[in-house]
Design a binder for this molecule. Structure first.
Ligand code: RIB
Length: 301
């Protein structure tokens, strides 16, 4: 049995690394590329599994080469793939990613493919109810996400929503969520507060709490992470690393955080661990491929 269930997408990430991100109309010569697992749900599942967690991934793939790549990669990382639907009618998704190797910053276009057609009827909710934590993002259709959050909440699971990419959500989403984990841009989308420091993050978190969220975690990139539940606040600085690709850092954070929470760690320890996992993930090219193992993080979970 997997104690963590993730609903999300797999896409094949095709990443190009170079001296800059090309601007419109420009062609540049890059220096390396990577084709590997991507999609926020998939990356989060890999992060958890490499840290030693048992994870079940609910998703949908096409019956094609990238679909086969997905199953191979997920199995290699010991992720339970028995709930992945293979569709003959849809293609597996792809993301095109440009990475500036000097800063690690990127720009991404995701074509979701098969999971954009996922329906409520296709979801095996038994798997969710047998878990302890349900983790999801906003890359599968919203009605499916809401349905699964409701099932999980009814069964007493901890719901973690990584609201990425940000989109309009109804209040019931906020009330079903135990931990809401936007980055600074996504937090700004929901609160209209531009975040450039800890104080802005605090204001934004307070607004999100007023919307019905219990625990807010705003990841701030190289500035660290801010947590609030309305009573307790924690701010942790980011680890100093030489970042070459920040793609998937948020996923590394969510994976590390979820597993630490599952293991009953105190909130501060969960944030510290997630911060470390996220930092290390930026030192390699790729998203799923860059998730560190338990040995690499040198921390106990
Ligand atoms: O969070 C990073 C991920 O977002 C990438 O792997 C890309 O595929 C998109 O889903």
């Amino acid at each position: 049995m997997s104690e963590l269930t993730i609903l999300g997408i797999f896409v094949a990430d095709i990443s190009f690394s170079g001296d800059k991100i090309p601007t419109i109309g420009e062609t540049i010569l890059g220096d390396s590329y990577n084709i590997g697992p991507g999609g926020k749900g998939c990356n989060q599942a890999i992060a958890i599994s490499r840290l030693g967690g048992k994870v079940n991934f609910i998703s949908k793939l096409g019956n094609d080469e990238y679909g086969k790549l997905a199953i191979n990669e997920l199995k290699k990382d010991n992720i339970d793939t028995s709930n992945i639907i293979i569709s003959d009618k849809h293609k597996t998704g792809v993301a095109g990613i440009h990475v500036d190797r000097n800063t690690g910053k990127n720009s991404i276009t995701v074509v979701r493919g098969a999971p954009s057609s996922l329906t409520i009827n296709e979801i095996d909710t038994d798997l969710i109810t047998r878990s302890k934590i349900f983790l999801t993002q906003l890359e599968v259709p919203l009605d499916v996400t809401l349905h699964c959050l409701k099932i999980a909440k009814k069964q007493g699971l901890i719901n973690i929503l990584n609201p990425a990419p940000a989109c309009e959500l109804t209040r019931d989403f906020f009330e079903l969520v135990d931990y809401f984990t936007p980055n600074e841009t996504e937090a700004e989308f929901y609160t209209s507060i531009k975040i450039s420091d800890e104080n802005d993050a605090r204001k934004s978190a307070n607004e999100l709490i007023k919307m019905g969220i219990k625990n807010v975690i705003i990841t701030l990139g190289e500035k660290g992470v801010f947590y609030s539940n309305g009573k307790e606040e924690i701010y942790i600085k980011a680890r100093k690393v030489k970042a070459i690709d920040t793609t998937g850092a948020g996923d590394a954070f969510n994976g590390g955080f979820s597993l630490a929470l599952l293991k009953g760690k105190k909130i501060k320890d969960c944030l510290e661990l997630a911060n470390t996992v996220a930092g290390l993930s930026t030192t390699k090219l790729g998203a799923g491929d860059s998730m560190p193992t338990l040995n690499e993080i040198d921390m106990k979970i």
